[in-house]
Write a protein that binds this ligand. Structure first.
Ligand code: MG
Length: 203
C-alpha cells in the first residue's frame, strides 16, 4: 500500500487497520467501476480509498457538504475550531480536504461532490463498484445514505459501513442499524469485518 501522506497527519476517525481494509476493497473494486464515499471530512478515508483506486487506475467520488455532522457543530463534542469559518459562522472541512488530496497526489483520481447525500442522490444514475458510508450518524442520515446509495452498487460490489457497534455501550446505533438492514435485505452477503468497519458484497 502506497500512501503519500501520513494518515496520522490528517484529522479524522479511522483506525489504520480499517484504512488498509478500505484500500484493499477499493483497489479490487475500482477495476469494475467508480467507488463512492459519503463523509470525507478532512480526507483520512479518502487517503486510503483514493490510493486504492489510483493503484487500479480508477476513480473515487468523495461526497461531503463539508459543513460537518451534528457532532462537529459549535458546542458539540467533536467541534474543531480549526475547521470553523468565522466569517460565515459555519464549519468548513473543504480546505483541509483539498490539502490532503493535493499532498497525497490524488487530485487526478478523486472527484469531490460538495453537497448533501440527498441532493446528489436525486440525480445519481451511475452504477458503483463500492460505497463507503461514514456520513452523519443520526438515524435519519444513516438511513438516507443507505437507501439512496446501496441500490447503485453493482452485483459483486462492496458496501462498507463505518462505526459498527453491536453493543450500544460502545457507540451510536445508526450505522449498525443500516448494516443489519443490508443483511436482512437479501441483497448482500456479509464479509468479515475489520474492527468497526462492516463489509458486505452485493449479490
Ligand atoms: Mg466514522
Amino acid at each position: 500500500m502506497q500512501l503519500n501522506v501520513d494518515p496520522d497527519q490528517v484529522k479524522g476517525f479511522l483506525d489504520p487497520l480499517e484504512g488498509e481494509r478500505l484500500y484493499d476493497l477499493a483497489q479490487s473494486a475500482a477495476q469494475f467501476g467508480p467507488c463512492l464515499e459519503i463523509g470525507s471530512y478532512c480526507g483520512k478515508s479518502t487517503l486510503y480509498i483514493g490510493a486504492g483506486v489510483k493503484a487500479s487506475g480508477g476513480v473515487l467520488f468523495a461526497l461531503d457538504h463539508h459543513r460537518g455532522s451534528e457532532e462537529h457543530q459549535m458546542g458539540e463534542l467533536y467541534h474543531d475550531p480549526e475547521l470553523y469559518d468565522d466569517t460565515l459562522g459555519k464549519m468548513d472541512s473543504l480546505p483541509a480536504f483539498r490539502r490532503t488530496l493535493a499532498n497525497a497526489e490524488l487530485e487526478g483520481h478523486v472527484i469531490a461532490l460538495i453537497t448533501t447525500s440527498v441532493l446528489a442522490g436525486r440525480y445519481w444514475q451511475t452504477p458503483l463498484s463500492m460505497v463507503f458510508i461514514d456520513g452523519g450518524h443520526s438515524m435519519a442520515a444513516a438511513l438516507n445514505d443507505y437507501r439512496i446509495w446501496s441500490r447503485h452498487i453493482k452485483p459483486g460490489g462492496y458496501l462498507a459501513i463505518h462505526d459498527i457497534f453491536p453493543d450500544p455501550k460502545d457507540g451510536g446505533q445508526a450505522p449498525y442499524s443500516i448494516y443489519q438492514l443490508a443483511q436482512a435485505s437479501g441483497q448482500f452477503e456479509t464479509l468479515p469485518s475489520t474492527q468497526t468497519l462492516g463489509v458486505l458484497r452485493r449479490l
